[in-house]
Design a protein around this ligand. Structure first.
Ligand code: ATP
Length: 250
């Protein structure tokens, strides 16, 4: 049975491997409604692999448990899973010249789906509706992918690098859109821009890429400091007028 009091997402002893590399070791973690988690880590530390595992998609090797609303992932039917979690991959794989509006209309047939025009407008993507997905710029396609995930209406959003291709103004717009999400929802977001993360995250999950699958998880206000950034990225960091800067001189 799922419970509305259970965390939206929980992992117990979740371990992930890629070949002989241990990416995540025994992750015990909970994501509750109203929380916005950013997952940080070096390239190839396992952020996308973790998000895929949290979404219930194939990963090279995993053990342990992932639960949505207190119920094991594998016990959810595809339709019920679509109503509880939405996943935005790092890059869309488009093969056909589908108009954006047609692509997104497919997402609005699920129960609880959000309004198409309002969602596109909130992401500054309304004018993209008639255009083919194959003709969009990287940033435009990414905002359409965000709209696609949002339209599903699922309370748990899993977003793999949602601002990687956004210009600074659109990064702000995506932050505002995330902040306007219902209090009953939660997001898990992988990202590399530490200053965007510092503005956006309520909580941080750091993958240490230390060969032992090490991780730290907690409120951003407690965890996000120079010591953590140095441990994660293996360079020195300093804060200048509230902005984090990597500092290779040290
Ligand atoms: N299907 C797969 N088969 C084998 N190895 C894989 C597979 N998917 C990912 N990996 C490996 O797992 C490791 C973690 O990859 P992942 O994409 O999760 O990293 P990431 O932290 O998201 O990286 P980036 O910041 O570069 O996007 C990498 O070494 C990658 O080569």
């Amino acid at each position: 049975m799922s419970s509305c009091y259970a965390p939206l997402l929980a992992t117990e002893a979740l371990s992930l491997r890629a070949g002989d590399r241990l990416l995540v070791h025994e992750l015990d973690w909970q994501v509750r409604r109203g929380e916005r988690w950013c997952v940080i880590g070096r390239n190839a530390s396992g952020k996308s692999t973790l998000l895929r595992a949290l979404a219930g998609l194939d990963v090279p090797a995993r053990s342990g448990s992932v639960q949505w609303l207190g119920r094991e992932q594998r016990q959810w039917s595809p339709a019920d899973a679509a109503a509880v979690r939405a996943f935005m991959p790092q890059q869309a794989q488009d093969r056909f010249a589908l108009p954006v509006a047609r692509l997104l209309a497919l997402c609005t047939v699920v129960p609880g789906a959000r309004d198409l025009h309002a969602t596109l407008s909130a992401l500054d993507a309304a004018e993209l509706a008639p255009r083919s997905v194959l003709e969009l710029s990287g940033g435009e396609r990414q905002r359409v992918a965000l709209a696609q995930a949002a339209l599903q209406g699922a309370p748990l959003l899993l977003l793999d690098e949602p601002v990687a291709f956004q210009d600074p103004a659109h990064q702000l717009q995506v932050s505002a859109w995330l902040a306007s999400a219902p209090a009953s929802s939660a997001q898990v977001i992988s990202a590399h821009d530490i200053n965007w993360i510092a503005r956006t995250a309520t909580h941080v999950l750091a993958l240490l890429d230390d060969g032992a699958g090490g991780w730290h998880a907690g409120p951003a206000a407690e965890l996000l400091d120079a010591a953590l950034l140095e441990q994660v990225y293996r360079c020195r960091w300093r804060s200048v007028q509230g902005l984090w800067l990597p500092d290779q001189r040290a």
